[in-house]
Design a protein around this ligand. Structure first.
Ligand SMILES: *Cc1c(COP(=O)(O)O)cnc(C)c1O
Length: 404
């Protein structure tokens, strides 16, 4: 039996860095420095630089990052926040936990990220402007405050038209960059490459272990170019304190701890190399699928995009059977995500009926995430592609026989 191929390899990078990581733990223990301090401010400065942002606020998770960004920007009860349904539930949990209501627009079928035309349609057909110029959702009379494009699978959403619509209608833009550390987007409007995390009013990053930059535990960060907003987010993450035991507001326990910050600093140095390895692996998958006669399986990366391949997602009709077949050959897969949020039990009372978001609903039962991690080898990728192709050829043959 050949060795199994994991969907994600969390062991190799940690074994490679073991000495450095253990030293960071030892240092924290010897100094007794666990919360805040130079490890946290140091990582924040490095990550701000990496994302080409002016400020970075380390927090406890990507969910904290989104929630604090909304609250600090004054988004809350009575507000609507527009996002997509094909994302991890943390995007909408944070909107709801800030007191606002999420509303979904459809995605583009090639990139799986927010379709700017769907966003335009929502604001133009479902909303109106009140006397003060505020965008109001007609059905509920609520203020439409913000839009949250999700840079899904490592590729940035089509930001030029989204920014243009947001500006025209006075919406704040928050990037959910939890899957897109280091991704870039070429803005034709600004004639330059923009880094994920530097584009909106604020952006959320997750350092959950499986993300492109992962902690050895839970962690997250917010990036922004707005100093006032950064200050408010620092207060929110630390029980609303502007000074120890002086609470300006009620806040949260949402800090980035010193140990995770030290670990993240070590790993951040490796991130550019890891990203290049992911991009090389994606190029190799493209070549292998194309040579095998299945170029249509290759995920679409626009010219204006420099994706960091957090996930490598293909679309097939017989998804469950393909997953079983790959599993029987020892190959791990994932599904991101099997059920669009508007059809989840948790959102039953939103009353968004099936059929409302046709693209999100069409792709959800067909997407499969193949093994993707920086250390994946050419041999492993060849085996993955061979196994996928073998399955697809066999099923097409069965189909042809059934219709003959
Ligand atoms: C991982 C993720 C989050 C949440 O991050 P946590 O650190 O797990 O809270 C939010 N949005 C997206 C798109 C994610 O992939």
């Amino acid at each position: 039996m050949t060795a199994p191929i994991p969907f994600l390899d969390l062991l190799t990078p940690h074994i490679e860095l073991k000495e450095h990581l253990l030293k960071a733990v030892e240092e924290a223990i010897c100094k007794g420095a666990f919360i805040g301090g130079p490890a946290v401010s140091g990582f924040e400065a490095e990550f701000a630089r990496y994302t080409e942002s002016e400020h970075c606020v380390g927090v406890g998770s990507g969910t904290d990052a989104l929630r604090f960004a909304f609250i600090a920007a004054g988004i809350g009860a009575g507000d609507v926040v527009i996002t997509v349904s094909n994302t991890f539930i943390a995007t909408t949990e944070a909107i709801s936990q800030a007191g606002a209501r999420p509303v979904f627009v459809d995605i583009d079928q090639a990139t799986y990220t927010m379709d700017p035309a769907a966003l335009a349609e929502y604001v133009e057909t479902r909303c109106l402007r009140d006397a003060s110029g505020c965008l109001i959702e007609r059905a509920r009379g609520l203020r439409v405050a913000a839009v949250v494009p999700v840079h899904l699978y490592g590729q940035m959403a089509d930001m030029d038209p989204i920014l243009e619509i947001a500006q025209r209608y006075g919406l704040a833009v928050f990037e959910d960059a939890c899957q897109a550390h280091g991704a870039k987007y070429y803005s034709r409007a600004q004639e330059r490459w923009l880094a994920a995390g530097s584009v909106g009013l604020a952006a959320a990053f997750s350092f959950y272990p499986g993300k492109n930059l992962g902690a050895c535990g839970e962690a997250g960060a917010i990036t922004t170019n707005d100093a006032e907003l950064a200050k408010r987010m620092r207060i929110l993450r630390d029980h609303g304190q502007s000074e120890k035991y002086y609470h300006d507001v009620e806040g949260w326990n949402g800090r980035l701890d010193a140990l995770q910050a030290a670990i993240l600093s070590i790993k951040l140095k490796r991130l550019p190399a890891w990203t290049e390895q992911r991009r090389n692996a994606a190029a190799r998958y493209r070549e292998l699928f194309t040579d095998a006669g299945f170029p249509h399986l290759v995920p679409y990366e626009c010219d204006s995009s420099n994706a960091v391949y957090h996930l490598y997602v293909i679309r097939v009709q017989d998804r469950e059977k393909l997953i079983q077949h790959l599993a029987s050959e020892g190959i791990g897969t994932g599904i991101h995500y099997p059920i669009p949020l508007h059809l989840q039990k948790a959102y039953r009372d939103m009353n968004v009926p099936a059929g409302s978001l046709p693209v999100s609903e069409r792709v959800a039962p067909e997407i499969v995430s193949l093994p993707m991690f920086p250390q994946i080898t050419a041999e492993q990728q060849e085996r993955v592609v061979c196994t996928v192709v073998q399955f697809l050829r066999a099923t097409t043959r069965t189909l042809a026989m059934a219709t003959a």
